[in-house]
Design a binder for this molecule. Structure first.
Ligand SMILES: [Zn+2]
Length: 391
């Protein structure tokens, strides 16, 4: 009977032992058990030594080579974010590779740094400010020549918004407006009061007007209306006109149209909430107009009203004696028919205005003038489009 169990080495041919050894070594290499064997590779042209079977990442670490990403650059060339650009990549023997690829003796590894990313460019066409010219000194305003705003092509960075190039593609032409007075046959004048409602002086002025049976126009600011809504309602209830004098009483000759619009609309909406009727007449603060202002008035359906007689009552700060000067400015020179007289019921001490008013009304009446509101003046003038006008 044959023995089936023999010692391991006994009876194995020499050739088989050799084959077995090769297999064991091959297996050890594949398992990395020969990692103690160092090999030379080249990282960016310089030799680095890594264990046999190492990967690309190990070679980079051994060589102290990093992977620099590009930067994010703004449209003007400034660095927005270090490393915010394209990532670096690695070539192994001239071909793109992964950091996990295995390397062998003599392999050449090259780091290709990331390239920068430059922010995208937005091209926009914007309007430039339009020159503005005003002629005459009457209370009403008519556009003689609308002109046109300029156009400019602007290149700006998408992220930063930085403008780095702008070129005018269309030159602006001036808007020309005339301040004129309507030639009305009757001896009519309009009294107008700005900057209220005021808790002290507006009621006093209302009393004078009621005693005299005169109706006037009150150009109110939204801020004052918000503070004294009851006085606004009283002005309206007593038959006077409510005009719009912006919300915050800010000079707006350089303001963009959107800012002018919100000043007008905020006031108009507030007035409408209180009396049920939006404003129709608009008086710019300080009489300061611009092309944007005229556009804003037109687009909100307002008629611009300035004045042709300025009482300069605001100069009479805390000086009742100056009420005579105020009334003299009005009553001494006969006003043209259809004049609009500027006074103030708010914005400061107006005691002199109240006192002057008591003199102005009878003085003008004596000269044959009648007082009316702006709407009444419009009524007597007939249709807006067929008015004769005099600068
Ligand atoms: Zn004012």
């Amino acid at each position: 009977m044959h023995r089936v169990c023999v010692p391991v080495t006994a009876g194995i041919p020499r050739g088989c032992v050799f084959v077995l050894l090769v297999a064991i070594i091959a297996n050890a290499v594949s398992l990395g058990t020969l990692a103690f064997v160092q090999i030379a590779v080249y990282v960016n042209g310089r030799e680095a030594r890594v264990p046999y079977g190492a990967r690309v990442a190990q070679a980079l670490a051994a060589a102290g080579a990093d992977l620099p990403a590009g930067d994010l650059i703004d449209a003007d060339g400034a660095v927005l974010e270090v490393g915010g650009g394209n990532r670096a990549w690695v070539a192994l023997n001239g071909a793109r590779c992964e950091l996990t690829d295995r390397i062998g003796p003599g392999d050449r590894i090259e780091v290709i740094p990331g390239t920068p990313i430059i922010e995208s460019i937005v091209v926009e066409t914007a309007e430039t400010a339009q020159p503005f010219e005003i002629i005459g000194s009457g209370p009403f305003v008519k556009v003689r020549s609308p002109g046109a705003p300029g156009k400019v092509t602007v290149k700006r960075g998408l992220i930063t918004g930085k403008v780095f190039e702008s070129a005018e593609s269309h030159e602006p032409s001036a808007m020309v407006v005339a301040r004129f007075q309507y030639a009305v046959a009757r001896k009519l004048v309009v009294l107008s009061f700005d900057d209220g409602p005021h808790p002290v002086y507006t009621p006093q002025i209302l009393e004078v007007l009621r005693d005299e049976g005169v109706h006037a126009a009150f150009f109110v600011t939204g801020a004052q209306v918000a503070a004294y809504p009851g006085i606004l309602k009283r002005i309206y209830a007593e038959g006077h006109e409510i005009g719009n004098h912006t919300y915050s009483h800010t000079l707006m000759e350089s303001a963009p149209e959107c800012d002018v619009l919100s000043e007008i609309q905020d006031t108009s909406e507030l007035v409408e909430r209180l009396i049920g009727s939006a404003t129709r007449w608009l008086r710019p603060v300080g009489g300061a107009l611009s092309a944007a202002y005229v556009h804003a008035a037109e687009s909100t359906g307002h008629t611009l009203v300035l004045w042709n007689i300025d009482t300069q009552d605001w100069r009479a700060a805390r000086d009742l004696g100056r009420s005579d000067e105020i009334s003299m400015r009005v009553a001494d020179a006969p006003p043209a028919n259809g004049s609009v007289i500027l006074m103030h019921d708010g914005g400061g001490f107006r005691g002199a205005t109240v006192k002057a008013l008591k003199a102005i009304i009878p003085a003008l009446r004596e000269q044959g003038y009648q007082f009316c509101t702006l709407s009444e003046l419009w009524h007597f003038l007939g249709l807006d489009g067929r008015l004769t006008e005099a600068l």
